[in-house]
Design a binder for this molecule. Sequence first.
Ligand SMILES: [Zn+2]
Ligand SMILES: [Zn+2]
Length: 212
Amino acid sequence: MSLEIQTFILGPAQTNAYLVADTQTNQAVVVDPAWDGGIIVKETVARSWKITGLWYTHAHFDHIGGAAEIVRLQAEDLMIAMHPGDLTLWRAGGGGKLFGLEIDPGPEPDRLLSHGDQLEVGRYGFEVRHAPGHTPGLCVFYCQEENLCFSGDLIFYRGVGRTDLPGGDWGELEKSIRRQIYTLPPETRLLSGHGPETSVGEETVSNPFIRG
Ligand SMILES: [Zn+2]
Ligand SMILES: [Zn+2]
């Protein structure tokens, strides 16, 4: 009985979508329903889980492209959480046009996040930490109890998020990584938007872009 995380690598940008469930209550959320929502819903049905929320680290199209299908397949009581700083980007289809990829973004987020908010999946609490730079509204979701943080496209294994897209800002990104990631305990697992898992301790020492 614990917090279980299933990782899916989906869509044209090979984005990590995380299905996060409290196996005692069978409640689940999807952090970044990247693409192919049907694949994620199929997994939840097989495990008798129920998706109660979609949490967006940010509004880029490759992180929200599966949302409309999830909502279509499982519409009741589903909350969509995002920081309002990314609403403009969300309304522009997540910027997919730049890449020739237009998506149906699904329903507009109905839970607008602020820094310091608490989100829950079953008995597990996640702290919302606003960390702009890759996009204006990017947030990471930190669970102290489980020592893990969903970091979106803020920081990756030996990498950081790009800042050359609309709304990106290198100075903000650097500040966000130092204040919202490198202040977490070194053993904190970082589950990011692309690529393999890493940890705060590893990146403070080995990240080639921003050293702790
Ligand atoms: Zn992104
Ligand atoms: Zn991404």
